[in-house]
Design a protein around this ligand. Structure first.
Ligand code: C2O
Ligand code: CU
Ligand code: CU
Length: 446
């Protein structure tokens, strides 16, 4: 393709976003199907799997308090489902085949009814054959807006993804390989934001913008570096932080979200800020933020909300850890290499039975030298200790990264009854067994 044609394609892609606004009483459709996506460095589009033909899937925007209906239409050749990562939903709507629903077979549909309880940044993805279904592109952002509209001049979603592409322009077709299993899962070779490779975002001097970063990658951990930009962290994993703090790097593991509040200096005309991906030794460009040569706009002044219903660390002070999950590799399972929690592989797992409304402590102890971003459905939790030392974070999470040999103590107060997954968000680790459940019941089981 000629350079000009490539640029036109690129402009179309960048300018093309497909938000769907949720309107109460109106059903949204997400059709999972084979599609294609044009990467700027290939001559022909790359075959992908996508929702509604778009990479990423449509950004769903709804209002806090709203009940929305989303119908999954599965036009793939294999069963699927949709999980609403981070969103507190009725257990039956959580999208976990074999646990909360039957798999949605090819040609079938499933209607998800979601109450949007808390404003924040969430995302959706399949919960079956995740390595491949996420690796081929199935995912999208879900934004719940609060009633109180804050005057950011731009509110942008950065759904970050990691693609393992072959030179021929197709997705590397082997998933859960021995290499993936022995390491930190499938790390690709092309990182995109909203499906775009190293996109440029334009701003005016003086603008105050909100960026919602979502790590939707299969396995890659990112530590975004905002060179020259002063950013504040206002939310983690969807929820407002209890105290807004300066962004100085964050291990954004698969599943994690952070919302940043950024003021573009009024004297920044013509400047370009490069945002890089860190975490590993080699940094690489993720995106750029270009400040237009235009008169500066007036910077809006306001205070973003902080968490009201925050989990105070004191409620866990006298609670003894109720469950310790030791994370390690064992022989066995369907790939020969199993990733185990307490030496057991899903579905023969060591579950946690806990009681609704009661403060609980859970310990994740990584006995391996690999990474494990541990995620729990249906709840928020707070990190209380790391590696034996108190380390109380000023925010809650739904996913916490454990590095080699690390241990983390979390506190949570379950508010939703049901069977909720607890698993590593590195897709190949989860599929190799690193999954269990937290069973929340109104009564103690005797
Ligand atoms: Cu984002 Cu059980 O997953
Ligand atoms: Cu989840
Ligand atoms: Cu893992």
């Amino acid at each position: 393709m000629k350079i000009i044609a490539k640029m036109i394609v690129l402009l179309i892609i960048i300018g093309f976003s497909t938000p769907i606004s949720a309107v109460s009483g109106q059903k949204l459709n997400l059709t999972a199907k084979k599609s294609s996506h044009q990467f700027p460095f290939f001559d022909a589009p790359t075959p992908v799997w996508a929702y509604n033909g778009s990479i990423p899937g449509p950004t769903i925007r709804g209002q806090e308090g709203q009940i929305i209906e989303v119908e999954l239409i599965n036009n793939l050749d294999e069963p699927s489902s949709i999980h609403w990562h981070g969103l507190i939903v009725d257990n039956a709507m959580d999208g976990v085949p074999g646990v909360t629903q039957d798999p949605v077979k090819p040609g079938e549909r499933f209607n998800y009814r979601l109450k949007l309880q808390n404003a924040g940044t969430y995302w959706y993805h399949p919960h079956l054959n995740g390595s491949e279904q996420l690796g081929r592109g199935l995912k999208g952002a879900l934004i719940v807006e609060s009633d109180e509209k804050l005057p950011w001049s731009q509110d942008i979603v950065w759904l970050i993804d990691d693609w393992f592409l072959e030179k021929t322009g197709s997705i590397y077709p082997r998933f859960n390989t021995g290499h993936d299993l022995m390491h930190d899962g499938r790390w690709g070779n092309v990182v995109t934001i909203n499906g775009n490779f190293q996109p440029a975002f334009s701003v005016s001097p003086g603008e105050r913008i909100r960026i919602r970063l979502i790590n939707g990658a299969n396995a890659r951990v990112l530590m975004p570096v905002f060179n020259g930009i002063d950013a504040k962290v206002i939310a983690v994993d969807g929820k407002p932080v209890s105290q807004i703090f300066r962004y100085e790097g964050f291990d954004l593991a698969p599943g994690n979200r952070i919302d940043l509040d950024i003021v573009i200096p009024t004297e920044a005309h013509g400047q370009t800020y490069i945002v890089e991906g860190g975490f590993t030794r080699n940094r690489f460009p993720l995106a750029s933020i270009k400040v237009e040569e235009v008169p500066s706009v007036q910077t809006p002044v306001f205070d973003p909300p902080t968490a009201e219903d925050f989990l105070p660390a004191e409620v866990f002070a006298s609670v003894a850890p109720f469950k310790t999950w030791e994370l390690d590799a064992i022989r066995g399972g369907k790939y020969g290499i199993g990733w185990a929690m307490n030496r057991l592989l899903w579905p023969n797992s060591d579950n946690a039975d806990i009681r609704l409304g009661q403060p609980q402590k859970i310990v994740f102890k990584n006995n391996s030298s690999r990474l494990h971003p541990m995620h729990i459905h249906g709840t928020f939790f707070r990190v209380l200790e790391r590696n034996g030392k108190p380390d109380i974070e000023p925010f809650t999470r739904d996913t916490v990264l454990l590095g080699a040999r690390e241990s983390v103590v979390i506190g949570l107060v379950p508010t939703e009854p049901g069977i909720w997954m607890s698993h590593c968000h590195i897709q190949s680790h989860a599929e190799a067994g690193m999954m269990t459940t937290v069973n929340v019941t109104p009564q103690n089981r005797n």
